[in-house]
Design a protein around this ligand. Structure first.
Ligand code: FAD
Length: 466
């Protein structure tokens, strides 16, 4: 059935509906434009209307009405995803969760809240209540929501100690609403969490989350410099392997990233300076300085609790994760990036190999990540973009060398992930979204079960550019 947009809008007219064209366009966009490939394909995409529920009952009402009128629903937290996760490919309704921002309960080691609360507001509430904070957050801490992080993100600041968001224990419980004739509320824990976490809102809408907390500290944020890139990578790895030193971030930037793209750091580094961004717990600083003293190849050039720089560089984590790409893009719009996994035990060799083959076309930006108890690296490499063909070739070179790519130039779950069908997500979609109206076009397994991934998937119902 074709979508009855007018009918759905009329039925929802008593809710907070956005009518202004400019505002609808703004709420229809995320950070897909980080990718020149996605920018070419998604720039024109726009929803028909935007509605902002105030609570779970309104979410249920919106899903029920849109189901009855065959209107696609794409949920939006803050729209900071950069795989085009929140782009309403087929138009329809964008359900923006900004009003659902209540922190409901805080207990020792856990918090219960609505999905639309910003990560920074959640941290502020738990810190004020009982000196606790999220174990990990996306570097978009200041702007992104907890629901968007769970449904669209993967990990971030804190993952050097706690692993990825989807690792057991890093999400406690999710409450989810389905999109059926009569929407149901389901609660997921344990094994079932994988059905909806990192599913881009394709198979249910998260209306409440329960997340684990850790003690909050006034983290000491630092920049350390080295002349040799591999020295910087080895420093970050060795620090993360120090069992007694608590860190929240260890990021490595190949030269000349710091000089060329980090405006406020640039006066204090040279073009050939490699940089390490760190967050260390205050009680670990004595141990850290002892560790540093044993490494003459590394120089501490900045710490946020004692510095003589003319201007503060701001939070060090806003140089890491995908903020590195953002800073580079602002200086050189031809920069894009790749998301790479350098797995244990060959991670350092692999990084060195890729750098020898591809630098400076591809500059290394590494994030320390804990996986299965081992320290590994995620690469969010900066790529000087020339053509799609060359980008594909660079991806192939990584894969042939044994480095896994999570391709940020694709808008489907499968292509941005491990290129395989997630059966748990697909099975739940069959139950929870029988008409396939939730964030359509993002799950290939739903649209085309025989897809072979040999080329980029193009959603057949993607809005045509005018
Ligand atoms: P949105 O972009 O609004 O949504 C993300 C996805 O989740 C969409 O598919 C949306 O439909 C779905 N969704 C949102 N809310 C719900 C809900 N309640 N129920 C069901 N589905 C829902 N990501 C990381 O993982 N780590 C990082 O460190 C990181 N750094 C970034 C830095 C920059 C500068 C940028 C631009 C992006 C970065 N990202 C990172 C990607 C993105 O910011 C994160 O994934 C972020 O947490 C998304 O939150 P959001 O509120 O903006 O979600």
């Amino acid at each position: 059935m074709p979508a009855d947009i007018a009918g759905a809008k009329a039925a929802l007219s008593h809710l907070d509906i956005e009518e202004k064209e400019v505002a609808i366009k703004a709420a229809s966009r995320d950070f897909f434009w980080y990718s020149p490939v996605l920018k070419d394909r998604l720039d024109h995409v726009v929803a028909d209307f935007v509605v902002r529920p105030r609570n779970e009952a309104e979410v249920i009402e919106i899903l029920k009405v849109c189901y009855a009128h065959d209107v696609p629903v794409t949920t939006r937290g803050a729209g900071t995803g950069n795989y085009g996760q929140a782009m309403p490919l087929e138009g329809g309704c964008v359900m923006h969760l900004r009003h659902m921002d209540k922190v409901k309960e805080i207990h020792p080691g856990r918090v219960i809240c609505e999905p639309g609360v910003l990560l920074k507001d959640l941290d502020a509430a738990t810190k004020e209540h009982s000196g606790q904070e999220l174990r990990m957050f996306s570097s978009t801490w200041a702007t992104a929501t907890i629901g968007g992080f769970i449904a669209g993100g993967s990990g971030g600041v804190g993952s050097c100690t706690w692993g990825s968001l989807r690792d057991l224990g890093n999400i406690i419980r999710l409450r989810v609403v389905t999109m059926e004739e009569e929407p149901r509320i389901v609660e997921f824990t344990g094994e079932e969490l994988a059905r909806v976490s990192h599913a881009y809102g394709t198979n249910g809408i998260i209306t409440e989350v329960e997340m684990p907390l850790a003690p909050a500290y006034d983290w000491v944020e630092m920049f350390v410099a080295t002349d040799d890139f591999m020295d910087a990578a080895r420093f970050a790895e060795a620090l993360a392997n120090q069992d007694g030193i608590l860190i929240k971030l260890a990021t490595v930037f190949e030269a000349p990233i710091a000089k060329d793209y980090f405006q406020r750091v640039a006066p204090y580094v040279e073009a050939d300076t490699n940089l390490i961004g760190l967050m260390v717990a205050p009680q670990s600083m004595d141990g850290f300085l002892t560790f540093l003293g044993r490494r003459p190849e590394a120089r501490l050039i900045y710490r946020n609790d004692d510095f003589d720089w003319a201007r503060t560089p701001g939070p060090v984590f806003e140089y890491g994760w995908n903020h590195t790409t953002l800073r580079a893009l602002k200086v050189d719009p031809s920069i894009t990036y790749l998301q790479v996994r350098y797995g244990y035990p060959n991670h350092l060799d692999l990084i060195e190999k890729m750098r020898n083959e591809l630098s400076p076309e591809v500059l290394q930006h590494l994030e320390v990540l804990r996986e299965g108890g081992k320290v590994i690296f995620a690469g969010l490499s900066l790529v000087k973009f020339t053509t799609e063909e060359r980008l594909d070739e660079i991806i192939r070179l990584h894969e042939e060398a044994g480095a896994m790519i999570f391709n940020p130039h694709r808008y489907t779950l499968e292509e941005g992930g491990r290129q395989t069908v997630d059966d748990r997500q697909l099975r739940f979609k069959k139950e929870a979204d029988p008409k396939g109206l939730l964030n359509p076009g993002k799950m290939i397994a739903w649209d085309d079960p025989d897809w072979d991934y040999s080329r980029m998937y193009a959603y057949p119902k993607l809005q045509a550019a005018e």
